[in-house]
Structures are given as C-alpha cells and as structure tokens.
Design a protein around this ligand. Sequence first.
Ligand code: PLP
Length: 428
Amino acid sequence: MALQQAVETAVPDRRRPERGFDGAALRADFPILAEPARNGQRLVYLDSAASSQKPRSVIDALSDAYEHHYANVHRGIYQLSEDATERFEEARRRVARFIGAPSEREVVFVRNATEAINLVAFAWGRANVRAGDLIVSTEMEHHANLVPWQQLAAETGATLEYVHLTDDGRLDRDDLARLLARGPKLLAFAHVSNALGTINPVVEITRQAHAAGALVLLDAAQSVPHMPVSVGELGVDFAVLSGHKMLGPSGIGALWGRRELLDAMPPFMTGGNMIRRVTLEGTEWNEVPWKFEAGTPAIAEAMALTAAIDYLEALGMDRVRAHERSLFEAGWAALSSLEGVQLLGPADPDLHAGVISFVIDGIHPHDVATVLDSEGIAVRAGHHCAQPVMLRYDIPATTRASFYVYNAPDDVDRLTDAIRAAQRLFAG
Ligand code: PLP
C-alpha cells in the first residue's frame, strides 16, 4: 500500500513528525486521483475542505461491510447482527480515541457536523436557554454554526452576538472579552475556519469562556481531519465533526459532549433505538449515547469510518499537520508573489491550516475556478457557506484551495501556473 511506503520511506524517522511525508506517493491509494481530469492531465484535487477523497481501504471497508457484516444493530439476537453491532460500537470507540474523548459513551453518531450542532442547539438549547440569555458565536463561522443559534435565539428570545474579525482573519480578542464579560450561556466557535483557514487558539479562548461561566461548543469539522485534536486537552464541552472530511464516507459524523451535559439533555429526535421502554402512556429514554440515535444509524458508514481513522493514525496526525503546513507555506509564498492576488487569513503558518482563500483583481472567483477546472484543478469558489466572512471583507466570494494528505508541492506548482494562465486570459 502506498501509505506504508510513504510512511516508511519518505519518513524513516518516526520521531520527527515535523518532516511530514510524501503526499504524491500516497495518491496511489486514492483511486479517483488516477482518473484523468477533463483536460487529460492528472487531476489536482484542492477541495478537501469541502469533502475529502477516499482511500481504497475505506472504499473496500464500505463494500466489505455490506458483503460480510451487514445487519441492523442493537436489535438482533443472531450472530450477524451481533457482529454488526460490535463493529458499529468499535467505530464509536475509535472515534473517541481519535479525538481524545474520555469515554466512547460521550460520542453520538449523527449524519454530519451540521446535524451535531443542530442536536445541541435543539436539545441543550431548548432546555437551557431562556429569554434574555446571551449566546455568542463568531463572524467567521460556517453557516452550520450560525443558523442553528439564530433559530434558537429567535425561538427563546435569547440574544445572539458575534465576535468580529481582525483585518487578517483572526478573532478580535478584545471583542471576545467584551462579550464574555456579559456572561453568555454558550460560546460556539470553529477550531479552524473553512473560509479563511485561521486556526483559533482554542485552549485560551475556552479558559476565558469558562471563567465567564459559558459552555463551549467547538466546531472541529476542519481540524479533526487535519491535526491532532484532543477534546480532553482542549477543555471544551461539545465538539462536532464530519466523517466525509476525514477520508471517511458521507452520511456519518459525530457529536462529542461531556457526559453530564449529555445525560441532562432531552432527546433530539424520538422513535426506535433511543428508548428503553415504551408504553401507550409514555416512554423511558435509553442511556447516552443511544438516547440521541433515533432510528437505524449509518451502519456500514461507521465501519468505513474506522478504516479512515486507521489510515490517518498510520500516517500520524502530527505528520498530517506538518505536511499541510509545508504545503500552506509553499502555496502562500507562491500565490503572494503573484501580482494582483490577495490572500485572506493570517500569514503566520502557526495560525493557518492548509486552506488558502484568495481573490484576483479583475477576475470573479467563479471564473478563476472555471479556468482552473479547464487546467485539471478542482478548487472551490463562492462564499463557502460563510457569507458573513464575505461581507466582512466586502467581497462577493473567494477562490479556495485546500490541501490534504494526497497533495504535494507539484500541486502548488500546477495551481500557481493555472492562476497565471487565468490572469493572462483575462488580461487579453
Ligand atoms: N463547519 C465547518 C467549519 C465546515 O467547514 C463545514 C463544512 O464545510 C461544516 C461545519 C458542515 O459540515 P457538514 O456539511 O459535513 O455538516
């Protein structure tokens, strides 16, 4: 497997994670990356922040689940169902370990990060937030971490305020301090911004929020796939992630929450699986996490998520971060040397994940993406589900290149050349 080769040959010294690994060597594990792009060239996939590609091992795990291990879970008194249940619950243990959760009972399977945030806004929010309470989010959030709080505020009469952004795409810490001084019930913010690439200082901010009496929900959709994340060490109260952004299948994600908070929350959805006992008069809820998993869950997807975690753990999350950091540095240097290209977010690689959002003078981001597509390069253009970020910087959209394990410096070269080509095309 290319993974083994990349880890063993490109990074012979496992004690030096800062060296990363050879992303180009890993491509052989990702069947879709062997499909030629529309111009016949090698496809350069730079849209992993939207959704990552899947290695052969994950694709195989999905079909293996259906071929050999599939039955409904938690119900059958037969061997196949017990096997499926064990594999499903093993996936939960693996997610818990991967994100440093103290217990797998604190990991709730959902469809994606969006559903996880909605679960908290609905179940925790409606039980705990009252008229006049304050909820704080930020101007940098994906709509998934913004709209559910707007809805909660509208329904409860609570107030929702936002931490604003600095010119270089960081959270304004004075603004944060000012809002925390008002004693909010909850601070909901992203570990890594999908639109800007900014990495937020979670430990410091969480300490401040707790000192002010607020709970913290961390949107870790863009951090868990790309860097070591330990919810225990970060000290947050809730964290959310999506499987499809971390080499896993779509249709499965997770909410992690502190046990005492989950225990105290009413269910989100009701029906089968989430109950202990039902009579015509009423219902007793199941224990956590199953209390929040109404209906048949994403069974095969959970098994394939285990394969995705296997893959990332074999690489090592320190090395994944080191790898993306070096691609960021190369990309930032190359793009900022081009005339007429403005880059968003902090320049400091310690504060910036493998996401480069940019605008080019005189060319709409959609046109940039179209030209790049004709050059065999897949990037995202638009508001990236973060319209307030676009409003903050007074731009309609950006073009976004996002890196992952299968990218390498040759992708940065192709991107840079294609941007030059777009500039030439629109200049003429
Ligand atoms: N939060 C962030 C920071 C994201 O980047 C995304 C997706 O791009 C989401 C939440 C929502 O993820 P999903 O669409 O998987 O629910």
